[in-house]
Design a protein around this ligand. Structure first.
Ligand code: ABU
Length: 506
């Protein structure tokens, strides 16, 4: 923090706006210093010679940080220092060698949007206080619905705090559609046991809906999936009939477009046929795979039939690279969201306002406060256009295909678990001592044991991050995700070489 003017050392952040109007220049200087800290982080994030993380165990990290809340406020200088320290120990999720989560990368246009959003500091519940952002939300949501399907143009959508809450909104709307009196009369209005269905590979938030909404998790039926992680439609229909024969009321099916671990796509058309036959709501959880709707090359067959759904979750903060968080839920039918959730709080959603109150979109959701997640997406989409997003999707898929090719070319060192449908590539790393062993359940157990050890080495070296997990069919395996615009073929080569460097002796 050398070079800071003495003004920064004075222990009075109240020297800047809004307290001291005459200190506009010092306010600007403080914020520019902060921007320098942010730019240093962005530079380091994009520098392949920089580590992704500087790992410390929590008890050691606590000693490196001064996190306490003081009795008296600290100086501006200290605040700049605090910001720099915070970023020093933050994992660089935009680093080209960070392959760990579904949301990777740091899109600088979207980030610029987030900076503006923070500065505007408004709530998204009414047009009254967020006029431009509400109109933007309307335009972008309509555009996304048109991409889902022509018949969706006049539907409805909302940005929600994450894919799990988006799925919950779908559940609530589906129940409201079938039991419109539930809102006023509650559980007594449903004469029977409601049942929902999702694949055993779906996101856990779907099961959580059953818990939160009073069905109980036993009434969220987990439909078996095939070897590739796709729901088996005949199993779905068998389980629906089984529950109907018990007198239950099957009402909601969640089809996953891009499962979290394997990146599998359930066959939407087959599932839509079953939903039509049995009068069930079809929700597509495309939180992860939704981005591929933007690619002519990769949309089909993965998302074929999505236009037949009643609702779709689609998270731009995943494949599209919008900054966290940016999650959307779309409905084919307009008006449901409002009639399901509207409470007409009369201090906020007055019916006699100056303007058309249909723009007070906050009354459509069970939240009150709503973060502004639209501006960063709108700005990013303006920058890229549909064409830019299509190229982005195609590049991510092509890089994943490259990774699969390289894994196959080094089959002594890597074992590809399956041909992926999207950017999730599942594989084992094979250390030297296991290379000549025949591949069987015993070797899989041994390879599974290597995953946490190799991951720990990656984190301690700070050079690479790739996730691992077990599933129902196999012990721990690596799941590599390419969803960052920063990744190149050289980074993919680095990924495999670095795993081998760190793990060959295991
Ligand atoms: N279900 C959301 C994200 C999970 C992941 O990044 O791995």
């Amino acid at each position: 923090m050398n070079g800071l003017p003495s003004f920064f050392k004075e222990k009075v952040p109240s020297n800047i706006l809004p307290y001291k109007l005459e200190n506009e220049a010092q306010t600007r200087e403080f914020l520019q210093k902060l921007v320098d800290v942010l730019l240093d982080f962005i530079r380091a994030t994009n520098d392949r010679n920089e580590k992704i993380l500087d790992f410390h165990h929590p008890e050691d990290m606590q000693k490196l940080l001064d996190l306490k809340i003081p009795d008296q406020g600290v100086s501006l200088q200290q605040l700049i220092h605090d910001c720099a320290t915070t970023l020093k120990y933050q994992v660089k999720t935009g680093h080209p060698r960070f392959f760990n989560q579904l949301s990777c990368g740091l899109d600088l246009i979207s980030m610029a949007g987030e900076w503006l959003t923070a500065t505007a500091n408004t709530n998204m519940f009414t047009y009254e206080i967020a006029p431009v952002f509400i109109l933007m939300e309307n335009v972008v949501m309509t555009h996304m619905r048109e991409i889902i399907g022509n018949s969706w143009r006049n539907g409805d959508s909302i940005l929600a705090p994450g894919g799990s809450i988006s799925n919950l909104y779908a559940f609530l709307a589906a129940r409201h559609k079938m039991f419109p009196n539930y809102k006023e009369k509650g559980i007594a209005t449903i004469q029977g046991q409601l049942v929902m269905f999702t694949s055993d590979q779906s996101h856990y938030s779907v099961k959580s809906c059953a818990s939160v909404c009073g069905l109980g998790t036993d009434n969220c039926v987990m439909v078996p999936s095939d070897e590739c992680g796709r729901m088996i439609p005949r199993e779905l229909e068998r389980l629906v009939i089984e529950r109907k024969n018990k007198g239950h009321i099957p009402f909601f099916v969640c089809s996953t477009a891009g499962t979290t671990v394997l990146g599998a796509f359930d066959p939407i058309n087959d599932i839509a046929d079953i939903c039509e036959r049995h009068g069930m709501w079809l929700h597509v959880d495309a939180a992860w795979g939704g981005g591929l709707l933007l690619s002519k090359k990769y949309r089909h067959p993965r998302l074929s039939g999505i236009e037949r759904a009643n609702s779709v979750t689609w998270n731009p903060h995943k494949l599209m690279g919008a900054l966290l968080q940016c999650s959307t839920i779309h409905f084919k039918e307009d008006g449901l969201l409002m009639s399901c959730n509207q409470m007409s709080a009369d201090y906020l959603f007055m019916q006699d306002k100056l303007y058309d109150i249909k723009f007070d979109t906050g009354d459509k959701v069970i939240q009150c406060g709503r973060h502004n997640d639209i501006f960063k997406l709108w700005l990013q989409w303006r920058a890229k256009g549909d064409e830019g997003f299509e190229k982005h999707m195609d590049k991510l898929m092509e890089l994943s295909e490259y990774l699969v090719r390289r894994i196959k070319e080094q089959s002594d060192k890597f074992y590809l678990i399956m041909e992926p449908e999207m950017v999730n590539v599942s594989f084992w790393y094979i250390p030297a001592r296991l290379r000549n062993m025949p591949h069987n359940k015993h070797r899989e157990q041994e390879l599974g044991k290597m995953c946490p050890i190799l991951k720990a080495r990656m984190m301690q070296a700070g050079t690479l991050m790739v996730g691992y997990q077990p599933d129902e069919r196999r012990p721990n395996f690596f799941r590599n995700i390419i969803s960052s615009a920063a990744v190149t073929e050289k980074d993919v080569d680095f990924l495999l070489n670095e795993m081998d460097r760190l793990g060959h002796d295991l």
